[in-house]
Ligand binder design. Structure first.
Ligand code: PHE
Length: 339
C-alpha cells in the first residue's frame, strides 16, 4: 500500500495542467467518489491493526497534498488570465477620440433661440401629441377648415381627438392657459404633417413659434423684431418683406420673405429669379384667440410668428434637399463641425 501511495504522489508531482478543465479532470481522477483515493480508502479496510495508524496518516497526507495542488493550479491559471503589465507599450500613440457634432437643425435652432433670448423671450415647451382644442379649435380654426382633414393631420384612428401637432402654434394656447400677459415666449419643437416626402417637404420637421402679448403691441413691433432676427441669422444687409397672407389665428396675417443672399436680390435659381426667399408666417394675434384663452383683447394685443427650422437651415447652408437632414449620413453631418 505504501508503494501505491508513493506512486500516486510521484504522478501528481509530474502533472502540469494548462487549463481549468485539465485541473478539474485531475480532481475527478483522484478525489471523486470513484477516484483513486476512494479506492485507497477502500483497501485501507484490509490493513492489519499494527499498520493502520501509519498508513492512515500517509493516505490523509496524500489527500491534503492533492487538495493543495489543485488549489495552487487553479489560482495560477486565474492569475495568468489577467493582463501582464509588462506587455503595455508606453510609447504607443494615443488613439484619437472622435467626438460627435451637433446636428445642423439643432445648431440653427439654438442660434435662433439665442437671438430671441437676448430680446427677453423665454423658452416654452408643449407636447407633440395633442388634442383638437390646442391645435385647432382654440386657434380660431372653423370646424370645416381643410387643415383638420385627414390629408394634413395624423390622427389616432381609435381616438379622433388625439393627434400629432401640425404646428407649434398649439404651444401658444398652452402658454396662454398658464401665463398672464405680458407674455414673451418662443416654442421650438417637432411638428408632423401627412405629406409626401420630397426635397422640399417632409412629414416631420421642426418649427419655432414666437408669441408676444402686452399692452400696445403693434404690427411695427412685429416687423422690427423679425427684421432684427433676419439680419442676425442671414447678415446685416439682409432685407425683409411682408406679404399679406391668411392664418385663422392672426389678423392681419403675413408671410415674410428675406432678400436672397446668394444673388444679393438680383435673382437666381435658388430664389426662382425673384430675389426673395419665403421664411415664415406671422401676424397679430386674432382677438378671438386672445378672448378664447382668457385674455382681454381690449387691453392686450400681440404678435405671433412660426418658422420652419429646416427651411432656415437650408437657406443658410445652401442645402437643396430637405431629406438630408433626416438621413443621418455622417458625410453630410461632419460638414457642420466648425459651426
Ligand atoms: N402655424 C403657422 C404654420 O404652421 C405659422 C404661424 C405661426 C403663422 C404664428 C402665424 C402666426 O404655418
Amino acid at each position: 500500500m505504501i508503494e501505491k501511495i508513493k506512486q500516486i504522489k510521484a504522478k501528481i508531482d509530474e502533472l502540469e495542467p494548462k487549463t481549468a478543465e485539465e485541473v478539474e479532470l485531475i480532481r475527478i481522477k483522484y478525489l471523486s467518489k470513484k477516484g483513486e483515493l476512494a479506492a485507497l480508502f477502500n483497501d485501507f479496510r484490509n490493513v492489519g491493526p499494527d499498520q493502520k495508524k501509519s498508513i492512515g496518516q500517509e493516505i490523509n497526507n496524500l489527500k491534503v497534498s492533492i487538495q493543495n495542488k489543485l488549489e495552487e493550479w487553479k489560482n495560477g491559471l486565474s492569475i495568468k488570465k489577467q493582463p501582464i503589465h509588462s506587455s503595455i507599450d508606453l510609447t504607443q500613440q494615443e488613439i484619437e477620440a472622435k467626438f460627435g457634432t451637433r446636428h445642423p437643425v439643432s445648431l440653427i435652432k439654438n442660434e435662433i433661440c439665442d437671438i430671441f433670448k437676448k430680446l427677453g423671450f423665454t423658452i416654452y415647451d408643449g407636447p407633440e401629441i395633442e388634442d383638437d382644442w390646442h391645435v385647432f379649435a382654440a386657434l380660431n380654426f372653423p370646424d370645416e377648415h381643410p387643415a383638420r382633414d385627414m390629408q394634413d393631420t395624423f390622427f389616432i384612428e381609435k381616438h379622433p381627438d388625439v393627434l400629432l401637432r401640425t404646428h407649434t402654434s398649439s404651444v401658444q394656447v398652452r402658454c396662454m392657459e398658464q401665463q398672464k400677459p405680458p407674455i414673451r415666449v418662443i416654442c421650438p419643437g417637432r411638428v408632423f404633417r401627412n405629406e409626401a416626402i420630397s426635397a422640399r417637404a417632409h412629414c416631420l420637421f421642426h418649427q419655432i413659434e414666437g408669441l408676444y402679448i402686452d399692452k400696445d403691441v403693434s404690427f411695427a413691433d412685429l416687423q422690427q423684431t423679425l427684421l432684427h432676427f433676419a439680419q442676425e441669422v442671414f447678415g446685416k444687409d439682409t432685407k425683409i418683406r411682408l406679404r399679406p397672407s391668411y392664418f385663422p389665428f392672426t389678423e392681419p396675417s403675413a408671410e415674410m420673405d428675406v432678400s436672397c443672399k446668394l444673388c444679393g436680390g438680383k435673382g437666381c435659381s435658388v430664389c426662382k429669379h425673384t430675389g426673395w426667399l419665403e421664411v415664415l408666417g406671422c401676424g397679430m394675434v386674432h382677438p378671438n384667440v386672445l378672448e378664447t384663452n382668457g385674455i382681454n383683447s381690449n387691453i392686450y394685443s400681440g404678435f405671433a410668428f412660426g418658422l420652419g427650422v429646416e427651411r432656415i437651415a437650408m437657406l443658410k447652408y445652401s442645402v437643396k434637399d430637405l431629406r438630408l437632414y433626416f438621413e443621418n449620413d455622417v458625410r453630410f453631418l461632419n460638414q457642420f463641425t466648425n459651426y
